[in-house]
Design a protein around this ligand. Sequence first.
Ligand code: 26Q
Length: 816
Amino acid sequence: LAIGPVGAPEATVDGFVAQYLRNLNFDRGVTLSASTANDRFYALAYTVRDYLVARWLEGVRRYRASDRKAVCYLSAEYLLGRQLDNNLLASGLSDIAAEALAQCGVDIEELRAQEVEPGLGNGGLGRLAACFIDSLATMSVPNVGYGIRYEYGIFRQTFEDGRQVEQPDSWLELGSPWEFPHPEAAQTISFGGSTEKYDDGGVTRSRWVPAWSVQAVPYNYMVPGYQNGRVNTLRLWSSRANHAFDLSVFNAGDYVEAVRAQTFAENISKVLYPEDSTAQGKELRLQQQYFFVAASIRDFIDVVLPEDFDLTRLPERAIFQLNDTHPVIGVPELMRILVDEKKMEWDAAWAVTQQCFAYTCHTLLPEALEVWPIDLLGRLLPRHLEIIYRINEEFLLAVRERFGDDEARIRDMSIISPDGAVRMAFLATVAGSKVNGVAELHSQLLREKVLPAFDEFFPGKFTNVTNGVTPRRFVRLANPELSALITEAIGDGWLTDLERLRELEPFADDADFRTAFGEMKAANKRRLAATLQARDGLTIADDHMLDVMVKRLHEYKRQMLKLLHIVTAYDRIVSGEVEASSVPGRTFVFGAKAAPGYDMAKRIIHLINAVGSVVNDDPRVEGRLKVLFPPNYNVTLAERIIPAADLSEQISLAGKEASGTGNMKFALNGALTVGTDDGANVEIRELVGDDNFFLFGMSEPEVEALWARGYTPAEFAEKDAGLGRALDLIGSGAFSGGDASVFAPIVSNLMNDDRFMVLADYTSYIAAQDRVDDAYTDTAAWQRSAVLNVARSGFFSSDRSMRDYIDRIWHTEPLG
Ligand code: 26Q
């Protein structure tokens, strides 16, 4: 009888075929000839799984036998993308699987298309978490990713008459072959009720008497490292009704109430909130946060750590990394476990807690900093609120000791705001051993503008870790042609040591290499064209520059600025200022979802589509300008679009984009960036060099200076005739069949308010785009720049980000 893991199937084509057919028969219960595409996809996924499982179980055993510190990454979002190709690549089975399926007469492309991506995130923050766990597995660092198994991920976007319409993302409709549910390991998570004091052998203690509870069921997912035999775990929690609770209601005879209770419990993990900035104080959202964080911390203490582990030593074994403020309720939860349940002294518990947490901030927008009204928090988690009060009291006492009774400072630093809300970023900063921003500029502004008093009070607590992206998914899998070119030139070590891309620099001056590079871009454009044709019936001209802006729709990201450029380019042609035939062909590609309640963002989506229909159909343009806006931008589509791009649009108002990670993916795939001095653009430009980056717009200090002087957007519209005309066209109904009212709110917002200074940066942006047009005519020089972008972007690997977290924050090591 096998006590350890059963060995993997033989890693040969025959071994794969045998396992594949076994899975079709025994797991799907079908023969190959009677199978559906979904059956064949499932059997393939199961087969890949079968090769990884033994290593996974062995890794878990080795970790438990060690006393290594694990990284517990707490994130409300993981935007994983499809798993099949990633897992094939990680296990080194891509070629074997292709050959095996060919032998069975199965079309692997058809099976790839079956996989529904788990869209369990909104954008950058969720995708970052997915890149990080990929890198940790590849670097053999013990890690559990903890999060929520939303039944519905980010909505599926469709357009009706150019307007965004949201459809539910029922990604689990046909099940997921990658998950391992463990209902037997469910945990009880409690809510509500009250607190009470009680006598514990002469000591007065507090305890929580909750009112209701739900079950948290773990679903495990494998996170394989890149060809290193290491498989980490992603553990996502799903909510279920608590059966004990059900039973009491059943016994009381209220069947309908019992069933309703079940629905209520299952609501907690039902749906991902599609907002990605403005926290809105929704009770269900706080339930989600506490639900997954409480289950995760308990899981680590009760299940992962040995029984009877001495929790004063928890910091030696665990670091809980807080991905933004969403999991910060874990701070009072750990305190509650240590003080109330384990009966530790407050000070000792606080020392443990402070060492166990670290906090990553992903924003600078004040409206995006999460706060929870105390009445809501007190109703849902009364004991946690008490603990937060005590943390705040002791913290403010220490502030007074240091700075005297400076009441203004006390008010500014209090975790409880004057209007009675818990400021989660403050709580995270006070509790965390480290606080980091996600790019150099962002970390600097975080220290100097957002939390200066905390920086002064906690010297050495603030640090920077610039974001990164996984080269396995975003170069190797998304861009196999470029990967082959690179490997041919410099060998294959770059995939796990991305700085080695530097060795490509000399090839920028090699005409043959540049030609091959150009052919790679052309092939990727054809591949994208085929995808968009099949998916949306869109076409791309072969000879166009591909100018891409893909990211969430936000006013600060300034899709409007891009749109003003397009309208200006259009206006120059139709007004006769330039000959259509002299205009270099450009296809503008947008991808963007708007939060369903974000009215201005939705209007801008409508306007992009409206401009697209007019520009694309106007014969005077002679096809020189095209606007494409495929709906439902997601990880799968990103993997097609980014490798085909020539120009990457990173045009946020300086000081607003914390980092950006799309910017890194484009540079690594050989697109040139037109961008502001914002987020990680600053570092990209420093690395690739001024000559290989189109910088425009105000710097962050210039933005501040303009606000201080007084910003009057209308003045900018008067000074620049092109801008005035573009705004007039939009405002007059040129893109809305003459109905001026549709887009008037956008124009009036820009003319009268313009919080993100679109008009102030317009002139500089148009000048940068004219430089882009010029530069693109010199193909050799453009390709040289593109190659240098690839060669000099190795810094942006998430492996490097992970090394930085390990060195500066986690102080853990790989498990050899
Ligand atoms: C909070 C409360 C209630 C509902 C939703 C939210 C919520 C959800 C998601 C708030 C924020 C987010 C996501 C934020 C995000 O993606 N930020 C981006 O993080 C990237 C990774 O660090 C950066 O590169 C981007 O600059 C930053 O915008």
